[in-house]
Design a binder for this molecule. Sequence first.
Ligand SMILES: O=C(O)CCC(=O)C(=O)O
Length: 277
Amino acid sequence: MNSPELQRLPSDCTANDIIEVNEKYGGVIVDGWLSDDLLLQFNAELEPWLAQHEGTNSGSHASDNFLGNKTRRLQGLAAKTPTFVDIMIDDRIVGFAETVLAPVGPSIILNNGEVIDIGPGESAQPMHRDDDAWNFANATNPLMINTIAALVDITPAMGATLVAPGSHRWEHDRVPTKSEIVTCDLPAGSALFFRGDTLHAGGANKTTKHRRALSTGICCGWLRPVENSYTNIPIEVVKVLPRRAQELLGYALYDASEVGGGYLGYHEMSDPIKLLT
Ligand SMILES: O=C(O)CCC(=O)C(=O)O
């Protein structure tokens, strides 16, 4: 590709459209993915949590530097912000995940539901692939998909996501030049849908505003997810969620017996769904 670009799809696009463009570029922007009403509700639910946020403190300097010392991150969203559940089980995100991850397993699980609120003065992250969380797997197929949805209007100067289109097809150690990186202009409600093998990063925030976005990532069902949903979401919350959400939060027995694999995630040698009834 001579000059890199990311395609944009309209709000009524299908999961297949997202999959098709991702095949080519490793990412695509869906404009207006989240409706105005949903955005309003989700942002209102988030306010009290962000207001009491104490800043980055993961317990590791290296991890804090990667997450961003001026960035507020919030997990456990299914418990804190009920609207998140509707986003997590949206047909397009689930359809995109099921298709891209089908070659590496029969089921999927939530990797992370994370608000990423990049504060003024934050520097850019290093370009990275989300799949590298599981670098020992040496996978040749993506192990996860991710979405970064704008919860406010996000301009390049506010720390918009940086992407290297086409990098899902690159040699693993190829470093993108400046001209190979694009900055995602995302009006509130629009989202970047991308694969775990695409190079990307949170950008530098050179403004006085907060860059508020939501990352919803889904990985194949046999991996240890980045977010620990078992500790982040109380079981009483999980009990009243739609079945699809319960499965994504890990309350389903992983069963690869029909494709020569095994079972994972037993609760007392049984399907964890039993805990929910
Ligand atoms: O916030 C963003 O735009 C991307 C964040 C990211 O890539 C990460 O935290 O791993």
